[in-house]
Design a protein around this ligand. Structure first.
Ligand SMILES: [Ca+2]
Ligand SMILES: [Ca+2]
Ligand SMILES: [Ca+2]
Length: 161
């Protein structure tokens, strides 16, 4: 009986790891990541804390495919800009994923951006008024967060729950 129970458990675990793109309720799934569109406007630092509290990070937009997927959903969410998890606070115009030394390689800047207005724009958003292309903005301004969670990192208990 114990043996049967154990093999059922192993089977269940295998099934769960195959279905790694399952996301928590209310999150969007795409290519091994889960995305949460936050409802509240927050400064960039508060957005970092908000996503970290979800065991996630402010979104890393790494490819044009990921960018297009997110833009499609953000176009439906009227009137708000959404944070992207990158900053050029260390060296002007050298964009790094926030909290890392990794350089951002894919960009979708709107025409005229980034322009580092008043030497004070070291964060970036999907811009509502520029068809969700990207703009650099003041990190202390308030925008909504997009959190990203790598599906591989979703704790098994969250998948079952
Ligand atoms: Ca990503
Ligand atoms: Ca800047
Ligand atoms: Ca700008």
């Amino acid at each position: 009986m114990l043996k049967v129970y154990l093999s059922v458990s192993v089977l269940l675990l295998l099934t769960i790891s195959v279905e790694a793109t399952d996301c928590p309720n209310g999150w969007l799934a795409y290519e091994g990541s889960c995305y949460l569109l936050g409802h509240k406007t927050l400064t960039f630092n508060d957005a970092v804390v908000f996503c970290s509290n979800q065991s996630a990070f402010v979104v890393h937009v790494e490819t044009s495919m990921e960018n297009n997927f997110l833009k499609y959903f953000l176009q439906e969410m009227n009137s708000y800009d959404y944070w992207i998890g990158m900053t050029d606070a260390v060296t002007e115009n050298q964009w790094l994923w926030h909290g890392t030394d990794s350089e951002v390689e894919f960009f979708d800047w709107a025409p005229g951006e980034p322009h580092n207005l008043q030497n004070n724009e070291d964060c970036a958003v999907f811009g509502d008024t520029i068809n969700e292309q990207w703009a650099d903005v003041d990190c202390s301004s308030k925008r909504k967060p997009v959190c990203e969670l790598k599906a591989d990192y979703v704790p098994i208990t969250e998948i079952i729950g």
